[in-house]
Structure formats: C-alpha cells, structure tokens
Design a protein around this ligand. Structure first.
Ligand code: EPU
Length: 420
C-alpha cells in the first residue's frame, strides 16, 4: 500500500483548482441508471471511488466512455443484480438501489461498506423504499428489493443524527419514476443533494423544494438523457484552506463555491485565519497567533462532519483549548490518536475531542484510518518538524484528486512511496 512522505515546515503558496465533488458525482452516476438514453457528466474528479462506481455501472450493463474530466454513460439494457464484491467495498454504492428499483422493479445488491467511522446503517434508505412499495429481504449478504411499481407516498427520513444524505438521494431517485406524488420530509439539504436534483430535473424529473427539508417529487413515466457539470468539492476546498492556514501560507482557491462553505469559513475566521474574497476566488492567509474554537458537526448548513478531522489538525496549532463535538458519526475520532503521535494533546470525552493546542508537532510514521482522517494527518505532517510518513493513503485516493500533485505545486515537500 502506498504512503506519503512529507517534509514539514514549508508554508504553502500559490493557487489550487478545486475538483468536482466526490459526494455529488457518486449519486449522479447512479442516477444515469434511470434512463436508457445517453448522459454526459462533466467535471468528474479522477478518484478511485469514481472508478469503483463506473465498474459497478459497467457490471450492471452500462456502456461508459471516459475522457479528461468527462464520462459518457448509456445504461441501455441493464440488469438489477449488483456485483457482490464491488458494492461491498464502497458506501456510495448503496445509491444504485433506488434507480434500479425504479427502472426495473427489482434490485439485488450486497450490503455496502465504506470508511470505518462508526456503524453505518441503511435502515432509513430501506424504510423510504418500503414506503414507496418495495418489498425488501436480506439473504446471504444480499439485499433484495422488489416491487411491481413504486407508488408515491409520504416518506420521513429523519434519523437519530438528523437527515440522511445518501438516503435522501436514493428516495429522490426512486420517486422520480414512481406513480403519483412523493413528499420527502426531513430531507438532507446538502449541496450534493441539490446537485443530484438539478441533474434529475434536467433529465425530465419533476422536483420541488430541493435544498429545504421538504422535497416534493411528482413521478413521470420516463426520464431522458442529459448533460451535467458536477459542483466543486466543498470538502476539498475546506481541506486546502486548513492546509494553507496550518502552514502559515497564502493559498488562493480557484473554482470553489463559497456559498457552500459558510460554516467552514466562519470557523476559520473565528480561529484567526485571514480570508479574502476577490473575483469569485478565496485567498487564505495563515499566520501565527491562531485562536482556539469550539465546533459541533451538524447536517448542512452546519459545520460538516467531513471537515472535523482537518479542523482538528489545524486547532492542534492554536494555543488554548478547542472542543470538537461530533454529532453525525460516533467513531469519527480515529485521527486523534495518530495526531497524538505527532505530539498533539487531545483527549476524547464521549462525543467530544478536547484539543489543547499550541505544542509543536514533530514528524512520525502515522496510519490513515479513513478518508478525512488521512487528510488531517497530511495537514499535520505539512506543519510538523522533520519527516512524517502517512501510511495507507489509498483512503485519500478515494476522495482527493491528485492531492500530492496539488500540494507539490503549492510548494509542499511531499512524495508518494509505492507500497510493496
Ligand atoms: N443513518 C442512519 N440510518 C440510515 C442512514 C444513515 O441511522 O439509513 C445515520 C448515520 O449512521 C449517521 C447519519 O445518519 O449517523 C448521517 O449519515 P448519512 O446517511 O447522511 O451519511 P451517508 O449518506 O452515508 C454521506 C457522505 C459522507 C458524509 C455524510 C454526512 C457520500 C458518499 N458520503 O454519507 O461522506 O460524511 O453523508 O454528511 O456522500 C466522506 O466523504 O468522507 C464521507 C464519509
């Protein structure tokens, strides 16, 4: 398995182009299953999770051609039986369920996997599909869903930790071809759900209320092919912002949607990071004299759980006590123990991490446990003294396009060490 070798202590300088959003593109690729016509998706990030989704689509019978940043997909004759091992490996694969069921009236898939950040149930997805008339059984690790025809209904998607992002995507896609009207209550408001809905609307779906907790879908007989450009990745943008701030550098983010970054920018500002907006771009100016902050992860438009680890790495440098409370995924603090190997002072108390910041970090070998944890370790390595080796960076390759190339261009001393 590959690792990153990072010589810390170099302030990042320059411009970085933000790629298409991983969490938007995965359900959008699944949505192409809803039509037999050709769809063209642009600003597709080059990520292993995208490769996985393409493999899954091909295994279902889709014809997919790839050009730089663009996928052309035709799901002409498809089957509803997903490859067990492919689907099991990636959480995002669960969102093929809604479209397959809507198009074919049946779908059989293995239970999905994903990052180790807590138990990741799919009860809300299944409850939603059942409300639309699906019969669901589990047998031999496979989930089998059947319905003669999906029927619109009232679907409540609120769970213990709030709405579900992929659950909303799944029900939204299923409802586009259901008979009658579906009202999704407690729907996720994330920009990635809005992007999916915009793609579905361009395919001919009738959807109202996206971006709010109540989405109304009026089913149509069929959807047609469409073209779509995926939104920029707000988490990648936030990650580079934290890296710039942590290294006391000056980095301009190109192509980021600042309207998707409200809660993240607010916390960076509170922590004393300089932020300048000019002509649609954002420049981050890091400097010594960071301040501690308290933050609680929440559904959008609150502070995203996908930025908690990266902010923690930054706050390790802010003298004083910061408290990060995780309300979305119960076990999402695996990075804390690894940050401590670099000299950070962090203790976990229930759902909160208490960071006593301001101690200098020193390089060490560390192990990435999930995608955002890996990003946090890279940020810490970039500002630690000496060398940090981040092992198992296949997690990073799942969700960050050419991260080491982008960081190198900003002046970072980072290289990939191929694994044996
Ligand atoms: N939940 C349930 N039942 C369900 C589904 C979810 O109880 O059926 C709970 C989860 O356990 C969690 C909460 O609801 O406590 C929210 O989970 P959600 O369903 O919203 O997460 P997800 O849709 O599986 C997506 C992103 C995650 C991101 C979360 C939250 C993709 C592929 N994944 O996951 O992204 O953290 O939304 O915003 O879109 C990442 O990119 O690193 C990542 C993990």
């Amino acid at each position: 398995m590959d690792s990153f070798l990072i010589e810390g202590g170099v302030p990042l300088h320059g411009e970085v182009q933000i790629s298409g959003s991983k969490n938007a593109v995965l359900p959008i690729l699944a949505a192409t299953l809803l039509t037999a016509e050709t769809c063209v998706i642009r600003r597709v990030p080059d990520l292993s999770d995208v490769d996985f989704m393409v493999k899954i689509l091909r295994s279902l019978g889709a014809e997919v051609t790839a050009a730089e940043g663009m996928l052309t997909i035709r799901c002409g004759a498809i089957r509803g039986f997903g490859d067990y091992d492919l689907i099991r490996k990636m959480r995002g694969s669960i969102c093929i369920l809604g479209p397959l069921l809507a198009r074919l009236g049946q779908a059989t898939v293995s239970l999905p996997g994903g990052c180790v950040i807590g138990t990741r149930p799919i009860d809300l997805h299944l409850k939603g599909l059942e409300a639309l008339g699906a019969k669901i059984t589990v047998d031999g690790g496979y989930l089998r869903c059947d319905t003669p025809k999906l029927q619109g209904n009232l679907v409540f998607l609120g769970g213990r930790a709030g709405p579900t992002v992929l659950g909303t995507a799944n029900i939204l896609m299923a409802a586009t071809l259901a008979e009658g009207v579906t009202v999704i209550e407690s729907a996720a408001c994330e920009p990635e759900v809005v992007d999916l809905a915009n793609f579905l609307i361009s395919m001919g779906a009738k959807i109202q209320g996206v971006g709010s907790p109540t989405i109304t879908v009026t089913g149509v007989r069929e959807l047609h092919g469409a073209e779509h450009e995926v939104i920029p990745d707000r988490i990648e943008a936030g990650t580079f912002a934290c890296a710039a701030a942590a290294t006391c550098g000056e980095v301009t983010l190109r192509g980021a949607r600042l309207d998707h970054l409200g809660a993240v920018l607010e916390k960076l500002r509170e922590a004393g990071v300089g932020l300048d907006r000019t002509q649609g771009a954002l420049t981050i100016r890091g400097h010594r004299g960071l301040r501690p902050v308290d933050v609680t992860t929440m559904p959008y438009s609150g502070f995203p759980t996908d930025m908690q680890a990266q902010l923690m790495a930054l706050l390790c440098l802010a003298p004083g006590t910061s408290i990060l409370t995780e309300r979305i995924f119960e076990s999402r603090f695996m990075h804390a123990a690894e940050l401590m190997r670099l000299g950070a002072d962090i203790s976990i108390e229930g759902p909160s991490a208490i960071v006593k910041g301001g101690r200098p970090l020193t390089g060490a070998p560390v192990m990435a446990s999930d995608l955002r944890a890996s990003a946090a370790l890279v940020i810490a390595g970039l500002c630690a003294r000496n060398t940090t080796q981040v092992h198992r960076i296949y997690h990073l390759d799942r969700g960050y396009e050419r991260m080491e190339a982008k960081l190198s261009k900003l002046g970072a001393r980072i290289s990939r060490v191929p694994g044996e």
